[in-house]
Design a protein around this ligand. Sequence first.
Ligand SMILES: [Zn+2]
Ligand SMILES: [Zn+2]
Ligand SMILES: [Zn+2]
Length: 280
Amino acid sequence: MAGMISFDEIDGYTVDVSPNERKYMCCICDSFILISPVHLNPSMGFICGFCWQYKHRFVKENDIILPQPLYEEFALSILFPCKYCEYYTFFDSPATKHEIQCANRIFECPLSKLNKWILPTMEYCNWQDTDGLSMVAHIKEKHEEFILRSPFEMSYQDIKNSEEERRLYIAILSNRSIIAISSEYDKEQNQLIFRCRSNKTGYAELNYQCRVEFSTSHSKVTDFVLVKVLPLGAKILETTEDYFSVWLDFLDDSSKFRFYFEPSLEPGQLNEFYLEDYYY
Ligand SMILES: [Zn+2]
Ligand SMILES: [Zn+2]
Ligand SMILES: [Zn+2]
């Protein structure tokens, strides 16, 4: 039967979406919905799988939330354009990782809307840069009060006593690279969560890794965990390696956290990663 619309001329029966097509965008992060599970809040709009990980931030007790299996099925036939280049991405495919390493990636200031959940009362900064390299100069000029001086250390007491504006700490590693360290309380889990994000493109394996050492008065030994560092604004489904969480009950006023950053892999070890996921 001949219908009005035919996708037959297009490889894989795919629908090409314009970069400004609002109806395929998430109402929380304002980007294309590329990751499942997709949910609908009828009064707000669709919520992507990336944002759904942090539903404790925006879902209220009486909100109506509807899972969207049909949307997920339909989205599989759509080609979504990368925000920064000519690349196209499929829903829920490994290629959604493309944005993490897109060479044309635009980096927003860590004090932008990007971190609105940990900085709810800020006046957000609109600064952005095509390669992130001038971010160090920008941070020094405009956000001096957020800079965490080396050695990169903070105490639980500081975090507890700080105004919410101080939930973000910026470690300057060189005149080209910064790491934004955010701290967030998860009241449901009774945890304090740290995330490290850099102005460097690439998978965590091509980026820095962070070694977080922490100590309390009752544990004489300093414990540590390794945390992956991802690009600022990277949309990924987090695994336990992508953040550092610690029970609040475990902490006391003498608890301290110290952050060490180092490149994750030696240059010679990189080839495998390019082969595995970097395809068009
Ligand atoms: Zn979203
Ligand atoms: Zn791209
Ligand atoms: Zn800024």
